[in-house]
Design a binder for this molecule. Structure first.
Ligand code: PGA
Length: 260
C-alpha cells in the first residue's frame, strides 16, 4: 500500500516559519521522486501537513495552489463534532475543508488527555469529518502503565471499538497507533510490539469495515530519520504520524524517503 507520511506540527510555527517549512518541503518534493507514482500507483508516498489552523489558509493559498498541488495535502489537527453553532473557539470539519484540508486528526492523545476527550466524542468528530468529505485520522494508543501491565492490546482495541464511526471505510478513515509513552520521548516500541498491535487492529476492523486490509494504519511516536526505515517496513504499517521531526523539512523528507 502506498504510504502516507503526515506531519503534525501541533502548536508550533508562526506564519513566516510555517510558510517557509511548507515551501521547503514542496520545493524538495518537486525536485525528487518522493511522491511520484509508478504505473500501478504503488511507488512513492503521500505527504500530509497538519499545521495549526491559523496557517491552513496561508499555506493553501500561497503554496498548495501555487505549485504544491499533488505534492502535499493539508489536514487539521482537530474538529468539532457539530457542523456549526455557538461553540466559541472551535472549528468545524466543514471549515477545515473550506480552508483546503483533505484530512483531519481526531482523538490525538494530547486532546484525549488535555481536553478529556472520550472515545464517543472522537467517534462523533470522525463522523463530522466524513460529513465534510474529510478523511479522519483516528489516533489510538496506550499509556506506559498499560504497556507495563500487559494491557496494551485491550486498551488499543477499546479505543478502536469506541472511536471508529459506523460509516468508516478504507477511503474515509485512517487509524494512527501512537503509544503515549513514545510521543516526544525518543522511545519507540519494538518492531514486534508494533506489528502485534497493528495486526490486532486489522482483526478488529474485520466485520466493521469492508476490505479491512485496505485501511491505512499509521504508526506515530518518536519517528525520526534514523528509525523511520525500520518502523515503516513493519507489517501493517502504512505510514507515519510525525510530530517533532516534521518541524524540520530535511527530517520530514528523510522520513518520507525511508518509507519508500
Ligand atoms: P512525536 O509526536 O513524533 O514528536 O513523538 C508524534 C505525535 O504526537 O503525533
Amino acid at each position: 500500500m502506498r504510504k502516507l507520511i503526515a506531519g503534525n506540527w501541533k502548536m508550533n510555527c508562526l506564519k513566516a516559519e510555517g510558510l517557509a517549512l511548507a515551501q521547503g518541503i514542496v520545493d524538495a518534493v518537486g525536485a525528487s521522486p518522493i511522491v511520484s507514482a509508478d504505473v500501478s500507483g504503488a511507488m512513492g508516498c503521500d505527504l500530509l501537513l497538519c499545521p495549526p489552523a491559523t496557517l491552513l489558509h496561508p499555506i493553501a493559498d500561497n503554496i498548495v495552489r501555487k505549485g504544491g498541488q499533488g505534492l502535499i495535502s493539508l489536514g487539521g489537527q482537530d474538529c468539532h463534532p457539530l457542523d456549526r453553532g455557538a461553540h466559541t473557539g472551535d472549528l468545524s470539519a466543514q471549515m477545515l475543508a473550506d480552508a483546503g484540508c483533505t484530512h483531519v486528526i481526531v482523538g490525538h492523545s494530547e486532546r484525549r488527555q488535555n481536553h478529556r476527550e472520550t472515545d464517543a466524542l472522537v467517534r462523533a468528530k470522525a463522523l463530522a469529518a466524513h460529513r465534510a468529505g474529510l478523511i479522519a485520522i483516528i489516533c489510538v494508543g496506550e499509556v506506559l502503565e498499560d504497556r507495563r501491565a500487559g494491557r496494551t492490546l485491550d486498551v488499543v482495541r477499546a479505543h478502536v471499538d469506541g472511536s471508529l464511526p459506523p460509516d468508516a471505510t478504507a477511503a474515509n478513515t485512517i487509524i494512527a497507533y501512537e503509544p503515549l509513552w513514545a510521543i516526544g520521548t525518543g522511545l519507540t516500541p519494538s518492531v514486534e510490539d508494533i506489528a502485534e498491535v497493528h495486526a490486532m487492529i486489522v482483526g478488529e476492523l474485520r466485520g466493521r469495515v469492508a476490505a479491512p486490509e485496505a485501511v491505512r494504519l499509521l504508526y506515530g511516536g518518536s519517528v525520526r530519520p534514523d528509525n523511520a526505515h525500520i518502523l515503516m517496513h513493519i507489517p501493517h504499517v502504512h505510514g507515519a504520524l510525525v510530530g517533532g521531526a516534521s518541524l524540520k523539512a530535511a527530517d520530514f523528507l528523510a522520513i518520507a524517503r525511508a518509507a519508500l
